[in-house]
Design a protein around this ligand. Structure first.
Ligand SMILES: C[S@@+](CC[C@H](N)C(=O)[O-])C[C@H]1O[C@@H](n2cnc3c(N)ncnc32)[C@H](O)[C@@H]1O
Length: 177
């Protein structure tokens, strides 16, 4: 399954850190791309460029001018829209059905999300019906939707050797993939 994340309503300064974390979660949990809509701000994209340099490329982040345009364009090319909201249907009830789709665009909010997002989405999905965070909701959703998908990043300079104690990191002097 191909997954694109749409970050709705990014605000300068206030959302910088959270949006950066949404980018990192999207990348690590197997999404292909994140499109950030709202106030133009290169911070998140710069953070990601630094991460990709060391930990490998293959994930894209970009700014979009209008969330509605991004969403409708993706829907036209066969993407199903999943909006993560505490008001939605429980993830555990719908995940089986969602996993049948080949292409998904996942919408996560920041500020109050307008009604049109709910209406244009094919699924409004909750990760518990309690208020929490877009970072947490996104991580849980991607983990459930893409479980088992091994994410590969090209030209990584650093690779972690999983170990029970301490930190083991393999460094490549010349990046090879
Ligand atoms: C911090 S919340 C702010 C929500 C905002 N106050 C509103 O009323 O829409 C930001 C985003 O986190 C996500 N989120 C928070 N709690 C969630 C939950 N229980 N299930 C799914 N997504 C959730 C939603 O995408 C939401 O738009």
């Amino acid at each position: 399954m191909e997954v694109v994340v749409l970050r709705y309503g990014h605000r300068l300064i206030r959302d910088e850190r959270v949006t950066s974390h949404c980018c990192l979660v999207s990348r690590a949990f197997g999404a292909k791309k994140i499109v950030i809509c709202g106030e133009q701000d290169p911070t998140a994209i710069k953070t990601l460029e630094g991460i990709s340099k060391n930990w490998g490329a293959g994930f894209d982040a970009e700014f979009g001018s209008s969330w509605e345009k991004i969403l409708t364009e993706h829907k036209k090319t066969g993407f199903k829209a999943v909006h993560l909201t505490m008001y939605g249907q429980p993830l555990e009830k719908k995940i089986k059905q969602i996993k049948k789709h080949k292409k998904i665009i996942v919408i996560i909010g920041s500020r109050k999300v307008e009604r049109k997002v709910y209406a244009l989405s094919d699924y409004n999905i909750s990760v518990t019906n309690q208020p929490h965070s877009e970072i947490a909701a996104l991580a849980v959703f991607l983990y459930e939707a893409l479980r088992g998908k091994k994410t590969k990043f090209a030209n990584a300079k650093l690779k972690i050797i999983p170990s029970s104690f301490g930190k083991k990191v393999k460094k490549k002097t010349r990046a090879t993939g």
